[in-house]
Design a binder for this molecule. Sequence first.
Ligand SMILES: [Zn+2]
Length: 299
Amino acid sequence: MNYVILDMEWDSAYHKLHKRFVNQILQIGAVKLDENFNIIDIFDVTVKSSISKRVSRRFSELTGITKEMMLCGISLEDAVKQYNNWLGDDTVTITWSNSDLYTIAENEKYLLKNIKFKIDKYLDLQVFIQGVLRILGHELKSQISLGSAAELLGITTDNYDLHTAKDDSLLCAALLKKHYNEATFDKLIKDTNDPEFYKQLYFKPYYISRINDERVQKETHVFYCEKCESKLRRCTKWKYHNNWFNANFVCADCGKKYLCRVSYRQTYDKLIVKRRMLEPKVKQNKEKNDVVQSVPTTV
Ligand SMILES: [Zn+2]
């Protein structure tokens, strides 16, 4: 089995026919790795836009690709054809974050007529590397950039021209070579021919907004007084606001009042339930009793 790390640079341009902006791919870079993650080949092409004669200033500054370079490129159709031929069979395609997959889908929909990118098995390297970072004790609040991840993992980015497709792929390759771990890596390889793959990719997490929804769990709406531990009595209806259900509660024993909140967030494979108890009279509401639980669901 081979591994290919694919990276693309894209620029937004207006598509007159479709009356919308499209993130057109203007550069495709990739490295092919053998089973031991040694680099055995490099792919690097610049693409000529079919909908615009210029590139945005931001894109040009970020990638170093000028209008002149873009205009000397090959068509996206030809670039994808060349890439697919170069890819070969039995290959795991790897990208840094799955945003490349959305862009590929967008380009296939609006700019490519007769050809699609060949992607069979797929792995999101960002997910894998974030796992490595967490094991090493790094707290990650949001998705980490490739450059930051490399620096945290002791790979200097000085020798890489970041935000060019080829060098981003090379940097990914260096990260992978250094931190590959069979047990966690192999588990992340997905089969894109499985219908669930794209279902999951396009699933948008959302908050449940109707209190009568069958996934709303009545037992989650039981709260206890912090002072005397008695069960609280709800004295208003649940009101939905900013992703939370809110209701006023009172303790029948000591009379203490509370604002209790519950939220239900549905992700692709689980329902995330959060509960909070606030003291309504204090001006700076102190949030207490943060309880987060995840309930596996089938979707
Ligand atoms: Zn009480």
